[in-house]
Ligand binder design. Sequence first.
Ligand code: SAM
Length: 256
Amino acid sequence: MRTIHVIGIGAGDPEQLTLQAVRALRDTDVFFVLDKGEAKADLVRLRHDILRTHVPEGTYRVVEARDPERDRGASGAAYSPAVGDWRSARAGIYQELIAGELGEDETGAFLVWGDPALYDSTLGILEEILERGAVTFAYDVVPGISSVSALVARHRTGLNRVARPVQITTGRRLAEGLPEGVDDVVVMLDAHQTFRRYADQDIDIYWGAYIGTPDEILVSGPIAEAAPRIEQLRAEARERKGWIMDTYLLRRGPGK
Ligand SMILES: C[S@@+](CC[C@H](N)C(=O)[O-])C[C@H]1O[C@@H](n2cnc3c(N)ncnc32)[C@H](O)[C@@H]1O
């Protein structure tokens, strides 16, 4: 039976790799690496560095493939079908890779950014392939340190306050309003600096870009003061590197 490890590799700092992840890396014959848009070169390089550091040379193969294009223009009611189509296209590619590149008794691995449980489609894709039934395999999941954990650690703060909830959401959702009944909101996948909409409110922001990498930038403080600074730093960094990955925590209410 083919086996697949889905390995969370942390959100940018190679030292965020867990001992369990290293063990799974060393147990792998074939690594599947799919390239991803603008950030591709840097993110693929980090994966190769991790392999070189932790797995003896000559004990594994790396198979690279192209990610299908996603319809990033889709919005509103068209958004979910666009993501669904993209996921199915990816499932087709993953299926071909597994069937064509992984021997019947071999172990493959997908190295997933951060934690595979958070805004990542790998697990859904593997389930879709198994449902299609053309190829069978067993798989397991190694949790990783997510960008959310890394963000709050770098800011030396917690995610929730005593006995209070925290919500993790996207920039797209935040554009529809701050969630009700939740005063600590983590925002990911925000290409539009949606926090600016709330700059007139009594909110603190804890923002981080390229967290855990040598390019890391951190800003925190009352949103009215921090927002213009983040906008400027974000624009400069995006210009310099050609891509940006940022995450932030918005905190409002008593006892901020
Ligand atoms: C597709 S999601 C993947 C999240 C990932 N599975 C995790 O656990 O962090 C990508 C988003 O994660 C956040 N992100 C990932 N790595 C980051 C980093 N090193 N610094 C800041 N944000 C990061 C950004 O919000 C980015 O838009």
